[in-house]
Structure formats: structure tokens, C-alpha cells
Ligand binder design. Structure first.
Ligand code: FE2
Ligand code: FE2
Length: 261
């Protein structure tokens, strides 16, 4: 199984570069499933049902999210109705939506996608380590034929991400970090067969600050005035990884992707 995972898509430029590159990447790497983190896809903050639909139209099979999931309120009913967009599962048990999805397409084994969020330098959340064991036990009970599991761990601290990678080594196909928007060069297949990267990176304008307008972000730092910045304009890039796994669900390779439009 070949899985394309696209790092945080930021605003219209992120959607634009993804729309231009996803189909070619799918052909080149013979991709079975495409997963994208869409938590910044609507103007840099959150996601809307329309944008989720547009990402599905360009070939994304499942959209993971993160701390910006609640930004646009019209996503809340959508989260309950659709399995296309998932939110971090270790939020309140009463949070709308789902923290995982099982996706399947003809000719490929099914894939379970799990979204977790970190607790270090992040808003309060339940323990992601404990939550991961809970969801894996639930999936083993409910869908025992599923052998492939992809975890998007949306977290700030490299230590917390790496710790979850080791914690889940041999239990899932991949633990892929998101949220920092900076692609790390530590991609590895851990000894028990889990593909890992601390951060898959960002899909959007690379000469801003994390995909946002650099002058406005600079003003936030230099003046202390906190307000939402706008999405940057400029050179667009798609960043992510391709994970290849055997029929047993163990990863055999992880390849970083960093492509210009
Ligand atoms: Fe993000
Ligand atoms: Fe985030």
C-alpha cells in the first residue's frame, strides 16, 4: 500500500498547489490513499464543508485536522454527518465529530486514519498515548480485518511526537507529525515497522511565516498586537510524505515530498 500524506494545507495557495500536484504524485508513487491535514485550509484558520468537498474533489480521501478545527462553525454539523473530515480524538468525549475514520477503495486493503493532538505547549487535551491505545483496541474489535493504521499526531513538541512514534512502533503503519508547518528531515521506519516523521511540513506559500503573511506576523511579534494574519502570497510548495507498507500493515519506507507548483 502506498499512502500520500499532505502536510497542513494553508489557505487558497495551499489548495491551489495541492490541486496542481496531487494527481501527478498519485500516478508517480502509485498511491492507494491520499490523506491531507486541512486544519488551515480556509484562509489559514480552520476548514469549511465547501473546502472539504473541494479537497475531496482533487483526490483527497480523508482530511485530518488539529487545533483550528472549530474556527468555522459550519464545520460542526458536517463533522457529525461525514467521515471525510476527522478531528483530534483526544478532545472532550462530548466534542462533535469523530477522531478516526476507516477508508476503503477497490483494489486496496482498508486504511484506518487516526487524528490525535499533543498536550505539550498546546491547549488542554486528554492523554494522546492513552487515547491511541483506546482507539486501536476499538478498531481491533470493530474492524478486525484492518491492518493499516495511519496516525496524524498534531503537536508542537518534537519530544512528544517522537515519544508517540516509539510508543506505537509495531502497532501502526505510520505516525506522522503535523502542526509546526516546518518539515523535519528525521523520517525513518522504526524497528518494528512504523513509519515516522516529526513533521510532514506545510502546503502553501513557503516565503511567509508558516504560510501566513510575513509582514503581519512580524507586526504581531514586534507590537504585541494579536490579530489573525492573512495567508501569504508567493512561492507555493506541497510538502508531505509517501509511506509504503506491506500487506501486514508494516511500513517499508517513508519518503519526504517537497514539490513546487
Ligand atoms: Fe496547521
Ligand atoms: Fe495546528
Amino acid at each position: 500500500m502506498n499512502i500520500l500524506f499532505i502536510g497542513d494545507i494553508v489557505g487558497k495557495p495551499g489548495r491551489h498547489v495541492a490541486a496542481g500536484l496531487v494527481s501527478g504524485l498519485k500516478d508517480r508513487y502509485r498511491i492507494d490513499y491520499t490523506i491531507a491535514n486541512g486544519e488551515n485550509s480556509a484562509g489559514g484558520y480552520g476548514i469549511t464543508p465547501e473546502i472539504a468537498g473541494a479537497l475531496m474533489d482533487i483526490g483527497v480521501d480523508c482530511i485530518t485536522t488539529g487545533n483550528h478545527i472549530w474556527e468555522h462553525k459550519d464545520i460542526i454539523p458536517y463533522l457529525s454527518e461525514s467521515t471525510a473530515v476527522i478531528r483530534p480524538m483526544n478532545l472532550s468525549p462530548m466534542a462533535p465529530g469523530r477522531g478516526f475514520a476507516v477508508i476503503a477503495r477497490p483494489g486496496a486493503p482498508p486504511l484506518a486514519v487516526v487524528n490525535l493532538i499533543g498536550r505539550v505547549f498546546m491547549a488542554p487535551a486528554d492523554c494522546p498515548f492513552h487515547a491511541s491505545h483506546g482507539v486501536l483496541a476499538q478498531l481491533a474489535r470493530d474492524v478486525p480485518d484492518v491492518k493499516h493504521f495511519l496516525v496524524d499526531f498534531h503537536a508542537e513538541a518534537t519530544s512528544e511526537k517522537l515519544a508517540l512514534g516509539w510508543f506505537l512502533d509495531g502497532r501502526v503503519t505510520a505516525v506522522l507529525g503535523t502542526h509546526t508547518h516546518v518539515q523535519t528531515s528525521d523520517e525513518v521506519v522504526l524497528p518494528q515497522g512504523t513509519a515516522y516523521i516529526t513533521d510532514a511540513g506545510m502546503t502553501g506559500v513557503v516565503d511567509g511565516v508558516l504560510g501566513m503573511d510575513r509582514e503581519q506576523i512580524l507586526a504581531r511579534f514586534t507590537t504585541s498586537v494579536q490579530k489573525h494574519a492573512e495567508v501569504a502570497k508567493g512561492k507555493e510548495e506541497l510538502q508531505g510524505v509517501v509511506v509504503t507498507a506491506g500487506d501486514d500493515g508494516r511500513a517499508v519506507s517513508i519518503t519526504r515530498i517537497k514539490e513546487h507548483a
